[in-house]
Design a protein around this ligand. Sequence first.
Ligand code: NAD
Length: 258
Amino acid sequence: MGIIEKMRLDEKKIFVTGGARGIGKSVAIAFAEAGADVAIVDLDFEAAQKTAAELKEHHEVETIAIEADVTKPEDVDNMIEKILNVFGRIDVAFCNAGICMNVPAEEMTFNQWKKVIDINLTGVFLTAQAAGKIMLKQGGGSIINTASMSGHIVNVPQPQCSYNASKAGVIQLTKSLAVEWATRNVRVNCISPGYMGTELTLNSPSLLPLIEQWNQMAPLKRMGRPEELQSICVYLAGDTSSFTTGADFVVDGAFTCI
Ligand code: NAD
C-alpha cells in the first residue's frame, strides 16, 4: 500500500468540537474526504446539523450533529454517550472549540478571564480526558488539540492575555497527556495556527482594523486559510503518525519566526 493510501481514515470514528464552522468545519471536511465518520459537536446545534448534513451529502460517510458546551462535564459525557451509541468507538478526537477576547489586562473582569480559560483550556481538558478514557479502554487513539501561535508569542497590538495564557496551557496539557498515555497507544498532539481567516477573526469587529496590520507584519503578507490546516490534521489522525505524540505543529506562515 502506498503512503497516500496508508494516510486514509476509512473506518475511523472521529469527533470535532467547534466543528460547525471555521477551522473545525474545514478539518471535519478533510476527515470525511479521507473516509472517516464524523461527529460535529458545537454549541450552535443548527450550524452543526448543517455541517453534518453537508459532509454526509458530499462524502458518503456517517455523520452526527451533537449540541454540547465543552465547558460542562455533563454535556461532554452526553456527547461521548451519543457518539458511542451511533459509532460504537472513538478513534480520533479533535478538541478545537475556542473563543478569543481582546481586553486590556487591567480592565478584564473575573468572568471575562474565566470564560476564555473555561472554553479554551478546561474545555480541551474535559473533551480530551473523556475521549482518552474511551481510547485507553479501546487500546488506542489519536487526540488533536487546537492551541495557537498565541501560545508561543504575545500578539500585538491587541491585548489578549487570557487567550495567550489559555493557548500556552493547551500546549503544555497536550505534552502532559502525551507522556501519561504514551505506552497505552493514545497519542496526543496539538496544532498552533497563526492568523486564519474564519468567523472568529473576520467577524470580530474589534479585530477587523487589525487584519491589515497583521498582514503587513506577516512574512507571507496574508492570513492563513482554514483548509491549510487540513493535511496536518489528517496526518495526525491517521496511522502513519504512529511515532508522533506530544508534538506541537506551528502552522503560521513563519509569523512566530519574526
Ligand atoms: P470560529 O469562531 O469560526 O468557530 C468556533 C466554533 O466553536 C463555533 O462554531 C462555536 O459555536 C464553537 N464553540 C464556541 N464555544 C463553544 C463551547 N463552549 N462548546 C462547544 N462549541 C463552542 O473559530 P475558529 O477560528 O474556527 O477557531 C477554532 C479554534 O482555532 C479555536 O480554538 C481558536 O482559538 C483556534 N485558533 C484560531 C485562529 C484564527 O485565527 N482563526 C488562530 C489560532 C487558533
